[in-house]
Write a protein that binds this ligand. Structure first.
Ligand SMILES: NC(=O)c1ccc[n+]([C@@H]2O[C@H](COP(=O)([O-])OP(=O)(O)OC[C@H]3O[C@@H](n4cnc5c(N)ncnc54)[C@H](OP(=O)(O)O)[C@@H]3O)[C@@H](O)[C@H]2O)c1
Length: 236
């Protein structure tokens, strides 16, 4: 829905899908999209190839990290919900805006990082979404030249949310599309956790700078890829 709206606003939109079949369906669902990139986010090698394909496509103004899983083994929750957005952030040429889909459930997550290495089988959806907010906060601090934010779309009736989800589906995609292209001051912010275009309450641990750094180091250790740091000249 975000992609359809962005195309309607005359933006060039590139989609992403897990495999060729879903890619065809995604393109059919968003008439006017430029292209679709393919890669299963559960496999780090595919994520790396996806980043290469994204860079070969061009330089993106904004990237919305939307894909996610809710019911899956801990390994898959960590790979898709946390490590894939980390790796794509590291490897895709730096855009002007980055948006990460988190969830209100992240507030029930455990901010301990041990489960990223030794206790992966026990990682929960909430843990993985807490780590996404930590990622957004860390990248916002490390890359002051990029608007970097996390979004809680609400509990909305998608396949993940289920038919009976109580929140408004339209409001579930608006905030990330606005953060991607909005020109008003509200959208040109960084390091925020947002719900329905306003700053929302997040888990207090994600503001801990040493936890943010430890998280980036842990992601680097797992993936073998470090977050690129801006050159000193880029700060001036
Ligand atoms: N719905 C809610 O109430 C709710 C609440 C809070 C946060 N969120 C977050 O909002 C985002 C969008 O969720 P949604 O509600 O739209 O869920 P959804 O209907 O289940 O869609 C999830 C998307 O992620 C893709 N995906 C999952 N695993 C993948 C993988 N290994 N490789 C590539 N793509 C993969 C799915 O592709 P396929 O279609 O091919 O499976 C699908 O396009 C997620 O990050 C979710 O955690 C949703």
């Amino acid at each position: 829905m975000a992609a359809r709206w962005l195309v309607g606003q005359k933006h060039q939109v590139v989609l992403h899908a897990r495999h060729e079949g879903r890619a065809r369906e995604a393109l059919a669902g968003v008439p006017g999209a430029e292209d679709v990139l393919v890669g299963d986010l559960a496999h780090l090698d595919e994520v790396k190839r996806l980043a290469e394909a994204a860079n070969a496509t061009g330089h993106f103004d904004a990237v919305i990290h939307n894909a996610g899983v809710y019911r899956a083994p801990g390994e898959v929750l960590l790979a898709v919900n946390t490590l894939a957005p980390y790796l794509l952030t590291c490897l895709v040429q730096k855009p002007r805006r980055l948006i990460y889909l988190s969830s209100g459930l992240h507030r029930q997550g455990d901010p301990g990082l041990e489960h990223m290495t030794s206790g992966r089988a026990h990682i929960s959806y909430s843990d993985s979404k807490l780590l996404v907010v930590l990622l957004a906060k860390a990248v916002a601090r490390k890359w002051p030249d990029v608007y970097v934010n996390a979004v809680d779309p609400g509990w909305v009736p998608t396949r993940m949310g289920g038919r009976d989800a109580p929140d408004d589906l339209a409001k579930g995609w608006e905030t990330q599309a606005w953060l991607a292209v909005g020109h008003d001051g509200g959208a040109r912010v960084s390091g925020r956790y947002m719900h329905h275009r306003t700053v929302a309450r997040h888990h207090p641990a994600v503001d801990d700078i040493s936890l943010q750094d430890e998280f980036l180091t842990t992601c680097e250790r797992i993936t073998g890829i470090a977050l690129p740091m801006p050159l000193a000249s880029e700060h001036s």
